[in-house]
Design a binder for this molecule. Structure first.
Ligand code: FES
Length: 302
């Protein structure tokens, strides 16, 4: 670490990441150990804002900017309730990932191959669909760390003072609900299958044949990244290799665990990439549907 000051077991966002915080001045031979206890002040610098001399604020600032932009855009897109599907009238079959699967009576013709399941739903179809990805990302172990630091300042970074007087962890309402993450994982798994089918369906160019367009590439890349995001999930890694005492007795689980572990180490990068790409995919479909530009063809087989 290049802080000029050395931090061991630096203060982090969640209780499972460390139990004890030790902040040690570089030239101080007697380190101060500050235990982190629920309901008590969290460890970290007490008499000043930070012990760091680097630009520690950059990471939380970037997090605030990207997450705020995404939340703002996706809220607009979800409430708009139109321009989410490019259908046979334009020889395309592109459905925005924010609106898939479209299963309410408000869904435009051609956008609901699974049928209308939610007749009662009076609002934009996306508000129903987005419950799953929103629940998954909101409770994601990585995003929790990111938004606890960036928005809640708890703490903003290692060796930076906590923005709150007391540390309460995730042991009580509402944060105890973060444990629901594993169930959202299963729901998102189902959603990934739907979005993969959408990407394959996008190769169908009604009235022209089968082919590939820029829109097809967006849907394909989006589906692939969402699979990577799910596969690198901490809950999935636990499903694969958790609660086992001897890997040698569970060869298949061990092999899957070995595959997902390197992905899990890159969960942060995959989380950001897939977030940006899912937003861009919706934006692309939205602009084509609104007639801002046409979806260019790469090849067609008649
Ligand atoms: S930990 Fe991020 S999706 Fe599960």
């Amino acid at each position: 670490m290049k802080y000029g000051l050395r931090a061991q077991h630096a203060p982090v966002a969640s209780a499972e990441e460390c139990n004890v915080t030790i902040v040690e001045e570089a030239r101080d031979s007697a380190p101060t150990a500050i235990p982190v206890e629920i309901g008590k002040p969290r460890g970290g610098p007490r008499d000043r804002r930070t012990l760091r001399k680097d630009s520690w604020w950059q990471s939380p600032t970037v997090t605030v900017v990207i997450l705020s932009t995404f939340v703002g855009y996706s809220t607009f897109a979800a409430f708009q309730g139109r321009n989410y599907y490019v259908g046979s009238g334009r020889h395309r079959n592109l459905l925005s990932p924010f609106y898939s699967p479209c299963m309410t009576h408000a869904c435009v013709a051609g956008s609901h191959p699974l049928g209308i399941w939610f007749q009662f739903w009076q609002f934009s179809p996306a508000l129903l669909v987005l419950i799953i990805p929103l629940g998954l990302r909101l409770t994601c172990y990585y995003y929790r760390k990111a938004y606890y630091r960036a928005f809640w300042q708890s703490p903003p970074a290692c060796a930076v003072a906590d923005g709150h007087a007391r540390y309460t962890g995730e042991t009580r309402f509402p944060l105890v609900w973060q444990n629901i993450h594993r169930y959202f994982f299963f729901l998102a798994f189902f959603l990934n299958i739907i979005l993969t089918i959408d990407a394959i369906e996008a190769f169908r160019l009604p009235g022209e044949g089968v082919g590939m367009t820029i829109g097809t590439i967006f849907l394909l890349v989006n589906a692939a990244l969402l699979w990577m995001y799910s596969s690198s999930c901490h809950s999935f890694r636990h499903i694969c290799g958790g609660n086992l005492n001897e890997f040698s007795k569970h060869r298949i689980r061990y092999r899957i665990w070995k595959i997902v572990t390197p992905l899990n180490a890159r969960h942060m990068q995959i989380a950001w990439t897939s977030l940006v790409v899912v937003g861009l995919t919706d934006l692309y479909v939205r602009l084509v549907a609104a007639g801002v530009f046409t979806d260019p063809k790469i090849f067609v087989v008649h």
